[in-house]
Design a protein around this ligand. Sequence first.
Ligand SMILES: *[C@@H]1O[C@H](CO)[C@@H](O)[C@H](O)[C@H]1NC(C)=O
Ligand SMILES: *[C@@H]1O[C@H](CO)[C@@H](O)[C@H](O)[C@H]1NC(C)=O
Ligand SMILES: *[C@@H]1O[C@H](CO)[C@@H](O)[C@H](O)[C@H]1NC(C)=O
Ligand SMILES: CC(=O)N[C@H]1CO[C@H](CO)[C@@H](O)[C@@H]1O
Length: 336
Amino acid sequence: MKNYLPSLLLLLVSAVGVRAQDKIADAVAGDGKLSTLRSILTSNPALVQLLDDRSYGQRTFLAPSDTAFAKYFANTNNTSAGSNPSQTQMEAMLSYHIMNGSFPASNLTSPGGVAAATFLQDSQYTNLGSGAAGNMVFASRYGNSGEAGAAGKLEVFGGVGDSAPIVRTDIKFGNGFVHVVDDLLSLPQTCTSSMGRLSLTSLLQALDRASLAQKLDTTPGVTCFAPTQEAFTALGNPEGKLSQGELSDALMLHTLGKAAYSPDLKPGTWYPTLANGQNIKVLREGGSLYVTGDGGGKAKVVRGNVIVKNGVMHVIDQVCLLFFFCSGFFVEDGGG
Ligand SMILES: *[C@@H]1O[C@H](CO)[C@@H](O)[C@H](O)[C@H]1NC(C)=O
Ligand SMILES: *[C@@H]1O[C@H](CO)[C@@H](O)[C@H](O)[C@H]1NC(C)=O
Ligand SMILES: *[C@@H]1O[C@H](CO)[C@@H](O)[C@H](O)[C@H]1NC(C)=O
Ligand SMILES: CC(=O)N[C@H]1CO[C@H](CO)[C@@H](O)[C@@H]1O
């Protein structure tokens, strides 16, 4: 009997402890800054079900604060369409705030950051190919590529390069953890609309001229290294000068045939691109992530982990990953 007593007590204590905030509604009841969320949950039983259902594993809810909703509504209610989010849009949006798994703050704050799947499965926002379920988010205290030298605020990165700061952590509920965010995550968009939102105009023109925009937007599971507008300008806007074939090769060299979030990119490793037989290598140096091609040129990731519908985009500061024809085209004596 003596042997069973401690574990029996532990069982009772934990049973009581869990029951207190078992349901999501109870877990968010105690925070004075979550009243908008509470009323949204009341009218969205499907979302409550997604959080409270006990028949599958742990999850982590990024709960938007009243501040987050106020900022969101201030923008969206005033669109030219003038419409508030529908129940379906609200469900899609909040399912993107539910990470699939248990991610206490101690986990999310680890160096390099964490890429995690969410419950956003709506095919309007998610096309990662077979085997994958919900689209992803990236959480980090070390900036959008997880590489900053010093720890800053903990943020979650979603669609179109937007991020949401986590302002309160580790509220427990029956199925995992709740962290409060002060912005809503933007839903992932296609590669090309994300590029538009980030003003990557020359890149869009290049994709258009090479007739690759459609392919890039619809292939399930891609990583796109997207050069900035400044990178194209610095090279004299090659998007208007190269032939369609050359542009196509150049763009394919900037694209991997699977989604690789920054934690998946291992330094010193070569990754096959969609350009035939050509690989690019990832480097980490001085608080930044770089990609380099066979020619040795080096592009720095200036905005990592922009989540897109069919994968991820990392914005880089150079057009040329020094593929052979690029140096051949721009340097008089030819590069190979
Ligand atoms: C925007 O729409 C939401 C949802 O219908 C509503 O709750 C909110 O009060 C509106 N906000 C503004 C500023 O109009
Ligand atoms: C964070 O959680 C994931 C998924 O549970 C796990 O694979 C990973 O090892 C954890 N990392 C840390 C630093 O705890
Ligand atoms: C959540 O993760 C589990 C375990 O990896 C997986 O079986 C399930 O399909 C995932 N669900 C979603 C909605 O991603
Ligand atoms: C459609 C809509 O919500 N319009 C509002 C936009 O913002 C102005 C100023 O705050 C309001 O007066 C409008 O009603």
